[in-house]
Design a protein around this ligand. Structure first.
Ligand SMILES: Cc1ncc(COP(=O)(O)O)c(C=O)c1O
Length: 478
């Protein structure tokens, strides 16, 4: 029997609040909770399921025309940082689709949000048709950003790359179509033709017709100290002098992701931002990988840089992505639009995640993110001390040697074995996968092991089990 409508309630609201639906959702969640509890640690593949996974991977290779990076195929169930694959194996997922699944696998709150979203009349929401959750999602991002910056508006997109495309257009329109952009060496920005040109990885722009004018600044190098600041500001001066009035933006990842989890002190950015601002160059902060993971929701807040930011982009953890800008950068009608902004379930889970980030004790010097990094750092440093043979010095960009084997911040963790050798790190990643730990690489030489663990659900003590597995994989690789 449908619930009776009162005069102030839509049919949609009454349907979503129906006791039949509440009960059904509760029993689905109870069933899931019971089943996922059996996943308590990594375990190898079992019997015939291994063949089934192999055959799926052949199909994936055939349809794509290229094999996948990992023999990964999820079974659709997990428990926090643990994920079950289609071959019955269970693995510690410390990369989470490169930083997407902050609450790991089969999180009950997110499954509930998805179940509710699946009852929506819309699969995808977009420019012309959307429901309340689309507005609430953008509002919440905007409100959090506005607490520590001048950002005032939020345009939602369905990928990080599209958020960056929107940001670039906003900056270009604001500067009257200034043709050049200043970016940092080793940055990553997405895979569109424009973003793969700004992104500083040669392999990602092979064969792409180069038509974007990019001027690169060297990022901060902790081994180079103060001098790396001098080098960057000198370079910026050169560009401003050589191309006056021709830059539409200075784009920055405050912690470089793909580039190697490189961090920099506040002063480094302040010096550059002040100079760019004086030259009328907008500051665009790409937080697609950093958002949610550092010691504040937006990394600019942690570094107290909010006043400088004109445009910011977020994605990954947020499920739906977005471009935020100040009132001054609000573009003219027609510049930003799109059939798809995000799916109903991306909005529902994104909202649930933002609410949880806001109130879950993640931030600050003693917040969950900082504590998790501390647990990683302690385990990693002890690992390095116990196995010096796996940690020869790393080459630096200036021809020196570095012993910075453990680095990163918050939920962005890096370990640098085997002198940063690309070949050895590649083999190590495959061995880790086989043994039950999913990680990835970052950096462009030296290369590093990259971890983006599910910071919302991973317990500091769980790193012990992870490092026990790593020990076996390292031994096999060396
Ligand atoms: C800093 C940064 N910008 C942009 C992107 C592109 O996001 P997407 O892959 O969602 O298009 C990424 C993805 O890894 C990223 O790390």
């Amino acid at each position: 029997m449908p619930t009776m409508l009162n005069a102030n309630q839509t049919l949609g609201a009454a349907f979503h609040a129906s006791p039949v639906i509440q009960t059904a959702i509760k029993s689905i969640l109870a069933e899931l909770a019971q089943r996922q509890q059996t996943l308590t640690g990594a375990k190898p593949a079992c019997g015939e399921l291994r063949e089934s996974l192999d055959s799926w991977l052949c199909r994936a290779t055939d349809v794509r025309g290229r094999g996948p990076l990992y023999p990964y195929l999820g079974s659709g169930l997990g428990n926090g940082a643990l994920v079950e694959l289609a071959d019955g194996s269970v693995k510690w997922d410390l990369i989470n689709g490169i930083g997407v699944h902050m609450f790991g696998h089969s999180d009950l709150m997110l499954v509930e949000a998805m179940l509710r979203a699946s009852l929506s009349d819309l699969v995808m929401q977009g420019n012309l048709q959307y429901n309340e959750d689309a507005i609430e999602f953008a509002e919440m991002l905007r409100d959090e950003a506005a607490k520590h910056s001048r950002l005032q508006h939020c345009f939602v997109t369905n990928s990080g790359c599209m958020a960056n495309e929107a940001a670039l257009k906003v900056c270009q329109q604001k500067t009257g179509g200034a043709p050049r952009i200043i970016a940092f060496a080793d940055c990553f920005m997405g895979r569109s033709t424009t973003m793969s040109q700004i992104g500083d990885t040669a392999g990602y722009r092979q064969g792409v017709a180069l038509n974007v004018l990019v001027d690169y600044l060297p990022f901060y190098d902790a081994d180079f100290g103060e001098r790396s600041m001098d080098r960057a500001i000198w370079q910026l001066e050169q560009y401003i002098h050589r191309y006056p009035g021709q830059h539409c933006a200075l784009v920055v990842e405050l912690v470089q992701g793909e580039g190697g989890f490189n961090t920099a002190p506040r002063d480094f950015f302040v010096t550059l931002f002040e100079r760019a601002r004086a030259a009328g160059i907008p500051i665009w902060d790409d937080e697609i990988q950093t958002f949610g993971r550092t010691e504040s929701m937006f990394c600019f807040e942690h570094l107290d840089l909010g006043e400088y930011i004109d445009v910011a982009t977020v994605g990954k953890i947020t499920q739906a992505c977005a471009c935020l800008y100040t009132a001054d950068f609000n573009p003219k009608a027609g510049l930003l639009s799109g059939t798809f902004s995000a799916s109903s379930s991306a909005f529902a889970t994104g909202l649930a995640i933002l609410k949880r980030l806001r109130s879950g004790g993640f931030y600050g010097a003693n917040g969950r993110n900082a504590q998790l990094f501390d647990a990683f750092r302690q385990q990693a440093e002890s690992f390095v001390r116990s196995h010096p043979q796996w940690f020869p010095s790393l080459p630096t960009a200036t021809g020196g040697e570095s012993k910075r084997f453990v680095a990163g911040t918050g939920g962005m963790m890096r370990l640098s074995p085997f002198g940063g050798s690309k070949e050895k790190i590649g083999r190590l990643l495959n061995n880790l996968f086989e043994d039950g730990v999913i990680a990835f690489s970052c950096g462009h030489g030296p290369y590093h092991l990259r971890f983006l663990p599910p910071i919302g659900v991973m317990q500091p003590a769980q790193f012990k089990s992870v490092f026990e597995i790593m020990e076996r994989s390292f031994a096999r690789t060396s």
